[in-house]
Structure formats: structure tokens, C-alpha cells
Design a protein around this ligand. Structure first.
Ligand code: CP
Length: 313
């Protein structure tokens, strides 16, 4: 069975990017491909872009779409052999098997709890669901990865790069709340799998797991990292050494116009939603080199390419 959970190899990434760009040029190119098929989306955490872009993409392929939100279904138990005497009314064994009868593809969003690093690393929600589902699954973001976002980012970089191997900088940025590492992990994983030159800048205590950054240049000096960058991708993630903490005294990691001036006229990227004047200054976000709206627009073509692939094309 074909699940979409993590970065595939470079050849497949390039094929997905090509497929997405074809849909961007001709959105209704496969308007009957998914006729009679159903996508069930399950959101255990909030979403604007992923939810809407995936629904639009499925409908452009002719699919039916049903969406289930956290709080509108029974809370699920994932553990094997558990005595179910808590607030969790349904076991994933039945839940995933039942939903599989209604769906041809299941999409699932679940975030890291940010309390127990080992538990988050096990991707319990996604892996338990996949174990008991009998149809292909698409990750709509999991504890560790956000592959639909990363495919979108690869599409955007492909469209906007001025050379085959641009310098891409993923920089940590401040945030008032603890956020998962998923977008940053995934961006690093996909960028490196695509053969790009990646530098990851993060303060001490915020280094991403080597599983995702192996092959990247790593630094704790943001200004040095930004020198000659062609793309700057800003993202907050919570501390990895003090797992789930936001860190103190790091406000000067905000991406400002002065910092962007160190780059090679870099394009600015962010997955959204973004905290203005915390993560990035208005002057950058509203400036001519900001790609964030265009990037979010590409979410629909990324989702369409992935659903097409799950439908066996
Ligand atoms: N970038 C992203 O995944 O946005 P949403 O959380 O709104 O889906």
C-alpha cells in the first residue's frame, strides 16, 4: 500500500514537482480520475491551508471529501492491550478499520505532544493508524514531519530558483508558544533529498535531529548562515535539548530587513501561519521578495499530485 508520510527519493520528488506544476498549468487535467472515490480527512489539530488545499485538490480530481475534526469523533486509544477505562472511547483498531471502509484515501493530521521526545519520535498516532488502516494514507502533518508542506516548498523553490543548486538557509526564529519540529525536520529532509545546498541556523539547544539534517551545514550563527543565501526559510521550533521549551532571550533571531540585506537578494519563505514582528518583520513579509502567499497557493497543486499518486497514477 502506498502511504505518503516522508520524503521519497530525488527521482520521485522531481516527478511529484512536475506533476504539481502540470496541475498548476491545467487544474482540471484529471477531473474524472477520482470519480467515485472518497478522501476522508481527519484533523486532530487545527488547520487552514492543509485542510482547504487538500479538499480543493481532491475535488479537482473528482473525489468526494469527508472531514472529521478532533472533538467531533470519539477520542482514540492507540495502545495495545490497554484496559480502556479512561476518556478514550474507541480503539484505533476499530476506528481505522471502520474509516477504511468509507475511504479510498485517508488523510491524518496529528501534532507532537512536545512533552515526551521518545513518544513523539515514535509517531504513535500516525503509525497506529497506518497499522490498522486498509487504504493508502496521506500525512497532513505528523509529530515529526509535514510532507505536503515540504513538497509545496520544493515546488516553490523549483519555480523561483535562479540556479540548479541555490543556497537555502533554514533559520530558527522566535515564537511565543512551543511549536513542533515537524515543518523544519521535513523541510531539511526534502531539501537534502532534492540535492540542494542547505544551511540550518539555530541557537544552542535547538539543533534538529541528525536524522533530518545529515548533509546540511549546521551553525548557531544566523548572520553567517544568511550570507549569500538565495532562499531564507524561517520557522520556529521548540527546544530539542530542553524538549518542548521555547527558550529565553532569543528575540534577535527575528528575520528583519537588515538580516535579509546580508543575503544574495534572497526570497523569503514560511509555511504560515506566521507571527508578524516576532518571527519576521512586516518589512520582509510584505516586501517584494516574500513568497509566502505564492507558497501557500502551491499547497493545492502539491496535494493534487500526491492524491493522484495515491490513486495509482
Ligand atoms: N502550513 C500549514 O500546514 O498550514 P495549516 O496549519 O493552516 O494547515
Amino acid at each position: 500500500m502506498h502511504h505518503f508520510f516522508r520524503a521519497p527519493d530525488r527521482v520521485i520528488i522531481e516527478a511529484l514537482v512536475e506533476s504539481a506544476l502540470r496541475y498548476k498549468a491545467i487544474p482540471d487535467a484529471d477531473a474524472t480520475l477520482g470519480l467515485g472515490k472518497t478522501l476522508v480527512q481527519i484533523y486532530l489539530n487545527p488547520s487552514l491551508r492543509t485542510r482547504l488545499s487538500t479538499e480543493v485538490a481532491a475535488k479537482r480530481l473528482g473525489m468526494w471529501v469527508s472531514t472529521l475534526d478532533a472533538g467531533s469523533a470519539w477520542a482514540m486509544e492507540y495502545g495495545d492491550g490497554v484496559r480502556m477505562d479512561t476518556d478514550k472511547a474507541e480503539h484505533i483498531k476499530e476506528g481505522a478499520a471502520v474509516i477504511s471502509q468509507y475511504a479510498d484515501i485517508i488523510g491524518l493530521r496529528t501534532f507532537a505532544g512536545l512533552k515526551d521526545r521518545t513518544e513523539d519520535a515514535a509517531e504513535l498516532g500516525l503509525s497506529a493508524f497506518a497499522k490498522h488502516a486498509t487504504v493508502p494514507m496521506v500525512s497532513l502533518e505528523s509529530a515529526l514531519r509535514h510532507p505536503l508542506q515540504s513538497l509545496t516548498d520544493m515546488i516553490t523553490i523549483r519555480e523561483r530558483r535562479l540556479s540548479p543548486k541555490p543556497k537555502i538557509v533554514l533559520t530558527w526564529a522566535p515564537h511565543p508558544r512551543a511549536l513542533p519540529q515537524a515543518v523544519a525536520n521535513s523541510f531539511a529532509e526534502w531539501t537534502l533529498a532534492s540535492g540542494y545546498d542547505l544551511t540550518v541556523a539555530a541557537p544552542a539547544g535547538f539543533a534538529l535531529d541528525a536524522e533530518f539534517t545529515n548533509g546540511a551545514t549546521l551553525t548557531e550563527d544566523q548572520n553567517t548562515a544568511l550570507a549569500d543565501a538565495d532562499f531564507v526559510y524561517a520557522k520556529n521550533w521548540s527546544s530539542t535539548s530542553e524538549y518542548g521549551k521555547i527558550g529565553e532571550g532569543l528575540d534577535d533571531w527575528q528575520v528583519t530587513a537588515e538580516k535579509m540585506a546580508l543575503t544574495n537578494n534572497a526570497k523569503f519563505m514560511h509555511c504560515l501561519p506566521v507571527r508578524r514582528n516576532v518571527v519576521v518583520a512586516d518589512a520582509v513579509l510584505d516586501g517584494p521578495d516574500s513568497l509566502v502567499i505564492e507558497q501557500a497557493g502551491n499547497r493545492q497543486w502539491a496535494a493534487q499530485a500526491v492524491l493522484r499518486s495515491c490513486l495509482g497514477r
